[in-house]
Design a protein around this ligand. Structure first.
Ligand code: IPM
Ligand code: MG
Length: 369
């Protein structure tokens, strides 16, 4: 299969981890006879420095001409001026919005090999395997008005949490569809005790639920969910939530497995066809680790490339229907962990951690043999 992949490394550790994902994809291409082409372009702070824009038109054109996007991370202290006109984060937000990627899938898996690195007691980690479906193109991130001003009484700022029923319906539906193929339980999060938008969210989720009688729908207040994710994470199968709730809770969910450096994500505008075929046409989906640019360790080859490598597995599965190849990557990551190889974030402190490149080499080696 021919696949054109836009590789946007971005800032900080982004380019380091996507380079390892490309290494692994190349190994997959050789082993299974696929032709993967990579086109790169600047995004985020790096792009601001070069062009003044966090998502230059040239980069967007590369993206629009591709079958899928492998994204690194954006942001860093250099661009953190709170009153700056452009921010690195604008790059990823514009991509999500511009590509219509309204559903962000963040699987939370606990690797048995890493149970010791988790901040949670091991007995609570038994059977933990859930996926967060985060709404990605609406809610607090995009609602208008969104601005800051100053008057005689001082400085003020506003963000808006707005949703239409259509926006809620389509993302909740993705949650139901995923749950149907898993353990058939969907937790829909909201703050209906406080917010109008949440009351609409709950109403629409209930309505969509009528079409999925085989899936158990549980409404849960988002703050309660934050607690349950820590105290009894195994109750969850699929969680669907508003953009900002999903952002916060997915970081929380990510560390129960031991490290933010392990978890991939897929941002999509529809689920792949069930017949395993590749979807043709339309805008590309985007795959990125859930971690950020980690400026403190950038350029030191200390970052864990597994989240990016696992994102490339999701890319093959969702954008190309290459399930065997995706399985091979996931299996290789599992084996590397089983053999005890660790980057700094998941090393227990006593052993000598491996570099980003060494871990990438090992995984690439395993998928090609
Ligand atoms: C994420 C990140 C982004 C977000 C930032 C970088 C804009 O935290 O993907 O979770 O808030 O969505
Ligand atoms: Mg986040």
């Amino acid at each position: 299969m021919d696949l054109r992949i836009a590789v946007l490394g971005g800032d900080g550790i982004g380019p380091e981890v996507t380079a390892e994902a490309v290494k692994v994809l190349d190994a997959i291409g050789r082993r299974y006879g696929h032709e993967f082409t990579y086109i790169t372009g600047p995004v985020g702070g790096t792009a601001i420095d070069m062009t003044g824009s966090a998502l230059p038109a040239d980069t967007m054109n590369i993206v629009l001409g591709s079958d899928a996007v492998l994204f690194g991370a954006v942001g860093g202290p250099k661009w953190d001026d709170p009153v700056a006109k452009v921010r690195p984060e604008d790059g990823i937000l514009a991509l999500r919005k511009g590509l219509g990627l309204y559903a962000n899938l963040r699987p939370c898996k606990v690797y048995e090999q890493l149970i010791d690195t988790s901040p949670i007691r091991p007995e609570r980690l038994v059977d933990v395997d859930f996926i967060i479906v985060r709404e990605l193109t609406g809610g607090l991130y995009f609602g208008k008005p969104k601005r800051r001003w100053e008057n005689s009484r001082g400085r003020r700022a506003v963000d808006t949490l707005a949703y239409s029923e259509k926006e809620i319906e389509r993302v909740v539906r993705i949650g139901f569809e995923l749950a149907r193929d898993r353990r058939k339980r969907l937790h829909s999060l909201d703050k209906m005790n406080v917010m109008e938008s949440s009351r609409l969210w709950r109403e629409v989720a209930t309505e969509v639920g009528i079409e999925y009688p085989d899936v158990e729908l549980i409404h849960m207040l988002a703050d309660n969910a934050a607690m349950q994710i820590i105290t009894q994470p195994s109750i969850f199968d699929v969680i669907v939530a508003e953009n900002m709730f999903g952002d916060i809770l997915s970081d929380e969910a990510a560390v129960i497995g031991g490290s933010l450096g392990m978890l991939p994500s897929a941002s999509i505008s529809s689920l792949p066809p069930k017949n395993g075929r590749r979807r043709r046409g339309g805008k590309p989906a985007l795959y990125e680790p859930i971690h950020g640019s980690a400026p403190d360790i950038a350029g030191k080859s200390l970052a864990n490339p597994m989240a990016s490598i696992l994102s490339s597995a999701m890319l093959l599965r969702f954008s190309a229907g290459l399930n065997t190849e995706a399985d091979a990557i996931e299996k290789a990551v599992d084996s590397v962990l089983s053999e005890g190889y660790r980057t700094l974030d998941i090393s227990s402190g006593t052993d000598r951690p491996l570099t980003t490149t060494q871990v990438g080499d090992m995984i690439a080696g395993l998928v090609s043999s």
